[in-house]
Design a protein around this ligand. Structure first.
Ligand code: CAA
Length: 694
């Protein structure tokens, strides 16, 4: 075997030249890999003993794409274009042997090969759009030439990969391998030689483009079909334009157009934020003071206390990951109802074709229930998901302490209560942790994990690993009121209420935040969640909020009652502004002696967003979150902060901390100390640093 570079080797095996890439963990196309592949192809072409070439990868996957860490740095030769060019123009047939995931530049490399053989579990796709860019090494020009324009548009604008079976059906791969991928690919290569098959250059193909040439309107139709999903994102539009170029221009011109469209995105703020977020998300899964090799608790069964909406949603995550769940309720009736809701939810998913009946049956077969807490004595993890009442929770944890086996994880789904105090209700506070799921718990990706002063490293590491298993994105935070997500949300809620007292209307605030990129504004969100929730909490605490209280006094609890801050006509979920609400708002201002004024969209945005950033800075100072990027992960996955703005902390860095700081000072003078800049923010501004550099 000849080492071409540190990451790529070449070996003649019989009449096949095998180029092996080994760049763990995902064989990303770093410069050493690019040099190596090109060198490997050249070596094979120069090697008289071989008649064909196979490109194969060591480790867990075929090439998973360009090396994202190299983005934004000066380019190093050879470019991926040159590498793919060398493959495509090889005088000996080149076959890609794909296992794991061939993504982005990985699939583009495979598309430069004359043939592709894939393992049956392999997936192939062009996920660049998720990084705010487009496939920049010919993917937008070659993919439509293989699978046709409609499918290429779908794959490139969604970034979602397809499995080997589908890839075979649409001609993206030529064969599904037997048990030994490399042997299958070598046999395939030999067959190409024996049968004198052509060296297929995808760049020369034209047949699959005809459909779009005959129907150019398909591009606009496609645009419309994805408009809602891709609102405000820049990359999908450039992806469409690039695919259109494959139809309208000869291949070399199409490649140039792809490059221009790629560069437009690459240097834009959206892509910088989305690439930042790629690493933020992966970093959030690592806790700075918990070593990588911390022993893990094996989690093979779960007990969930409370079969309400939250408990049921949490249970579904475990069931889908194949972890048996025992639900606990206080009455048989409540238990039956909870289990029935889970069944109904799954049945709805099956009827929409998003789950097989078989998968649903498997989930239901590992779900059981009990009204006897003792029955969960053997489970590996307990998650308590009952109503927010400290005394009741302490009582439950006291009982769990006596019932559960040693080492079991005792988790609470509380979103408001002091988990240190809950932990102290047991003799094993090191086993107690917060696992804060977001509603609907089977859908929302975020899992805010809350460590107490005593939670053990093993429990933290195990819960991080568990999150991945049940398809969640975790971020570890410390105990404080509202933890990270809701604590920041409260700052925004306060300001949105103040803004409507001072002169704006709910629809103004909501429109500004929606246009900023959030899925909905605070008033529409309150209508969705139920205005009565906050009302009852205020009643319990003896506090008031004039507008919100007046709305609830009219029974306007939100979507569920057909009206709230908005009207929802005939069961519709579309909010319509309502003059009654305007009257309530105007009256509340008048009663409070506030002279209403015109409030600009710019002020609405800054008043809502800057206090969130300021709160984030306080959270960092207090050590409640370990990194600014963890806060961003929480806000993107828990609250729908637009990923192309990176998260509140990344957004602050992108617009300049000094701007945020100066505006906060100005607001502090006008509106009071709630805007006082956090000391960390002040320090960073003085030092000329960003949050990322803090
Ligand atoms: N570049 C650099 N590092 C990468 C990487 C890439 N393309 N893909 C993954 N990694 C790193 C991750 O950051 C992570 O590092 P740490 O262990 O230090 O955190 C490690 O590889 C493992 O990644 P995951 O934790 O994500 O592992 P997984 O098994 O859950 O998933 C994967 C594997 C499906 C390949 C996933 O990593 C992934 O989706 N990667 C990105 C794929 C992608 O976007 N490719 C397109 C790149 S852009 C491109 O190719 C442009 C072009 O046109 C030339």
């Amino acid at each position: 075997m000849t080492a071409i570079t540190e990451f790529v080797s070449y070996q003649a095996e019989g009449s096949v030249g095998v180029v092996t890439i080994n760049n763990p963990p995902v064989n990303a196309l770093s410069v050493g890999v690019r040099v190596g592949i090109k060198g490997g192809i050249e070596a094979a072409n120069a090697d008289a003993s071989v008649t064909s070439v196979v490109i194969v990868c060591a480790g867990r996957t075929f090439i998973a794409g360009a090396d994202i860490k190299e983005f934004g740095k000066p380019p190093q030769s050879p470019s991926l274009h040159e590498v793919i060019g060398a493959i495509e123009t090889s005088s000996k047939p080149v076959v890609a042997a794909i296992h794991g995931t061939a993504l982005g530049g990985g699939l583009e490399t495979a598309l430069g090969c004359h043939y592709r053989v894939a393992d049956k579990g392999a997936k192939v796709g062009l996920p660049e759009v998720k990084l705010g860019i487009l496939p920049g090494a010919g993917g937008t020009q070659r993919l439509p030439r293989v699978v046709g324009v409609p499918m290429a548009l779908q794959m490139i604008t969604s970034g979602t990969p397809i499995g080997a079976k589908k890839a075979l059906e649409v001609g993206l791969i030529d064969e599904i391998a037997g048990d030994d991928l490399k042997a299958s690919a070598m046999a395939f290569a030999q067959k190409v030689v024996d049968e004198n098959r052509p060296l297929v250059k995808i760049s020369d193909r034209d047949d699959k483009l005809q459909e779009a040439r005959d129907n150019p309107a398909m591009f606009d139709e496609f645009r419309k079909s994805i408009a809602r999903k891709t609102r405000n994102f820049e990359a999908p539009e450039n992806c469409i334009k690039a695919v259109q170029a494959s139809v309208d221009l000869p291949f070399p011109e199409g490649i140039k157009r792809e490059r221009e469209l790629f560069m437009e995105l690459m240097t834009g703020e959206q892509s910088i934020s989305q690439r930042y977020f790629f690493f933020a998300e992966r970093q959030a899964a690592k806790i700075p003071d918990v070593p990588k090799n911390t022993p893990l608790i094996d989690i093979n069964s779960a007990g969930i206390i409370g079969a309400g909406t939250m408990g049921g949603g949490i249970a579904m995550n475990f069931l889908q990951a194949g972890i048996p769940v025992k639900m606990v309720e206080t009455s048989q009736e409540g238990l039956d109802k909870g289990i029935e809701i889970i069944r109904t939810n799954y049945a709805a998913t099956v009827s929409k074709g998003r789950m097989s009946q078989d998968a649903m049956d498997k989930c239901m077969s590992i779900l059981s229930g009990t009204i006897n807490l003792e029955d969960i004595k053997d489970v590996d993890i307990v998650i308590e998901a009952i109503f927010e009442n400290m005394e009741v929770k302490k009582e439950i944890f006291g009982k769990l302490d006596k019932i559960c086996k040693p080492g079991a994880i005792l988790a609470t789904n509380t979103s408001t209560l002091d988990i240190d105090e809950i932990g102290e209700a047991t003799s094993r506070p090191e086993s107690v942790i917060g696992l804060h799921f977001f509603s609907p718990a089977n859908v929302m990706k975020l899992l805010e994990e809350v460590r107490t002063k005593k939670t053990s490293k093993t429990v933290m590491a195990s819960c991080m690993a568990l999150a991945k298993r049940i398809g969640k994105i975790p971020a570890m935070v410390g105990v404080c009121e509202g933890f990270v997500g809701n604590r920041i949300l409260h700052r925004r809620s306060e300001q949105s209420t103040n803004l409507i007292m001072e002169g704006a209307l709910p629809q103004d605030v909501d429109r500004v935040l929606f246009d900023f990129g959030l899925p909905m504004g605070p008033f529409a969100m309150s209508d969705l969640a139920g205005n009565d929730v906050g009302w009852r909490i205020r009643q319990g605490k003896g506090t008031t909020s004039p507008i919100a209280d007046a709305i609830c006094e009219l029974g306007r609890f939100g979507q569920k009652t057909g009206s709230g801050y908005y009207l929802y006509k005939d069961g519709s979920r579309t909010p319509t502004p309502d003059p009654i609400v305007e009257d309530i708002v105007l009256k509340a201002s008048k009663d409070a002696g506030i002279e209403r004024r015109e409030i600009s969209d710019d002020e609405i945005l800054k008043r809502c967003i800057y206090p969130m950033i300021n709160e984030g800075a306080k959270i960092l100072e207090e050590g409640i979150a370990s990194r600014p990027s963890d806060i961003d992960v929480i806000w993107v996955y828990g609250y729908g902060w637009p990923i192309y703005r990176g998260g509140p902390m990344r957004y602050a860095d992108s617009i300049g901390l000094e701007n945020v700081y100066n505006t906060l000072l100005e607001y502090q003078e006008k509106f009071g100390d709630e805007f006082k800049p956090a000391p960390l923010l002040e320090r960073l501004v003085k030092e000329g640093k960003t949050f990322a550099e803090a």
